[in-house]
Design a binder for this molecule. Structure first.
Ligand code: SF4
Length: 352
C-alpha cells in the first residue's frame, strides 16, 4: 500500500532515531538533534543497512553537496531499501554526476538577484528575506545545491537594512522568511525579527518557509510557538513534504501545535521521479496532510539544477497526474502545479 505509515515495514527502532527529550530546555533539544544528524555516508549505510556497492558513489556525490539527514527522519525509512521514497530524496547517488541537457548550476539565475545575497526581494505585496543558508536536511534535488551560501552577509546589519526597506514601502503586507531554512535559527533571533516586523504597521502576515516541522518536528517546541502565537502578524507556515511517509505522528502533532498557535499551515512539494510520481502517492500525501490539518498548496515541477536530472518528470506527465488527482480528490486537496521561471514575479502555473 502506498500510504504506508512510518511504523509499517521494517523501519528503525525508535532509540536510534528519536531522542527521548528528557529535561532538556526548549531550543536545546532540537539543536542537539540537529547536531547529531547523519553527515557521513558510511554512517547512513550502517544505520540503514544499505547495499555496500552504492557507497563509493555516495561518498563522491556527498563531496559535491554534503549529506545531511536528521536521525528521526532516517528512522522513517525502510532498512535495506535504497529506493525508499524518503531516502531517495536525501541520499547521494551516482546519478548526480550524470549530465542532463538544460540542467545548470543556478537554474533560477539567483546569482544576480537581490535575495541571493541576503537582501530583501520584493514581489507584489510581499517581501522575501533570506535569513540563513543553513538547512536541517540536504535534499538532493534542491535548486540551491550549488548556491554560495558562504557569501551571504552575516549579522544584524543586513537585517536592519531589510526592515528599513520594508518600513519604507507601504505596499508590502506580507514578510516571507526563507533560506536555507529560517527555523535553523535560534528562537531569540526569530522572535526579535518578528518583533521588528510587527512594529511595521502595514505588515499583516509573517510567512515562514521551512522543512524542519517535517524532518525535525521537535523544532516545533514551546519557545517557537510562544513567539509565533504572540506576534501581531498572522503566521503562515509553509512546510515541505513530498511523500505521505513523511507525515509521521510526530509531524502531525507538530502541525497541530502550529495550528493551535494560530498559524495557517500549508505544504509545498516537488514532483520527483521515483518518489511521488504516481497518483496514488500524491493522493496519499494530500490525505495525510489533511489529517494533520495542513492543506496542499504547491506541487512544483523540478528546478533544472545540475545533479538532479534523474528526478525529472515531463510536464505532460505532471499535468496528467494532477488531472487524475482532481478526479479523485476534493479541490482543496489538489495542489497547484507550478514551475519557477527566472525573473517571473510569481510561480508560473502548468496547465492540466
Ligand atoms: S530544505 Fe529546502 S532549501 Fe534546504 S536543501 Fe531541502 S529543498 Fe533545499
Amino acid at each position: 500500500m502506498e500510504h504506508a505509515s512510518a511504523s509499517e515495514g521494517d523501519t528503525l527502532a525508535s532509540p536510534i532515531g528519536r531522542a527521548s527529550g528528557g529535561d532538556e530546555p526548549d531550543g536545546a533539544r532540537w539543536q542537539r538533534l540537529l547536531a547529531e544528524a547523519i553527515r557521513d555516508p558510511q554512517e547512513l549505510w550502517r544505520v540503514l543497512d544499505l547495499p555496500p556497492a552504492a557507497l563509493p558513489a555516495a561518498r563522491s556525490s556527498a563531496k559535491l553537496f554534503p549529506l545531511l539527514i536528521p536521525r528521526g527522519f532516517a528512522a522513517l525509512m525502510q532498512v535495506g531499501n535504497l529506493n525508499d521514497p524518503l531516502l531517495r530524496q536525501v541520499v547521494p547517488l551516482a546519478e548526480e554526476s550524470q549530465a542532463h541537457p538544460g540542467f545548470v548550476r543556478d537554474p533560477l539565475r539567483e546569482s544576480g538577484a537581490g535575495h541571493a545575497v541576503g537582501l530583501l526581494q520584493k514581489y507584489q505585496g510581499r517581501a522575501l528575506l533570506v535569513t540563513t543558508g543553513a538547512c536541517a536536511v540536504h535534499c538532493r534535488y534542491c535548486f540551491r545545491r550549488h548556491f554560495p551560501y558562504a557569501d551571504l552577509p552575516r549579522g544584524r546589519r543586513w537585517w536592519s537594512d531589510a526592515m528599513a526597506a520594508l518600513a519604507a514601502d507601504p505596499t508590502v503586507s506580507e514578510l516571507i522568511l526563507s533560506g536555507g531554512d529560517p527555523l535553523t535559527l535560534p528562537d531569540s533571533q526569530l522572535a526579535a525579527l518578528a518583533d521588528d516586523a510587527s512594529a511595521i504597521p502595514h505588515l499583516r502576515r509573517l510567512r515562514i518557509h521551512s522543512r524542519l516541522p517535517v524532518v525535525l518536528p521537535e523544532r516545533v517546541d514551546r519557545a517557537f510557538l510562544s513567539w509565533l502565537g504572540a506576534s501581531r502578524l498572522r503566521p503562515v507556515v509553509v512546510i515541505h513534504a513530498n511523500h505521505a511517509n513523511e507525515i509521521s505522528d510526530d509531524v502531525t502533532a507538530a502541525c497541530r501545535r502550529m495550528l493551535e498557535a494560530g498559524a495557517v499551515v500549508l505544504n509545498q512539494s516537488v514532483l520527483l521521479a521515483g518518489i511521488n510520481d504516481r497518483v496514488d502517492a500524491l493522493a496519499a500525501l494530500s490525505e495525510a496532510l489533511f489529517r494533520a490539518g495542513v492543506l496542499p498548496y504547491y506541487l512544483h515541477a523540478l528546478d533544472r539544477v545540475e545533479g538532479a536530472g534523474h528526478f525529472q518528470i515531463e510536464e505532460g506527465t505532471a499535468a496528467g497526474l494532477v488531472r487524475e488527482m482532481a478526479a479523485r480528490l476534493p479541490g482543496y486537496l489538489v495542489p497547484k502545479l507550478v514551475r519557477e521561471v527566472p525573473g517571473a514575479a510569481s510561480k508560473v502555473p502548468i496547465p492540466w
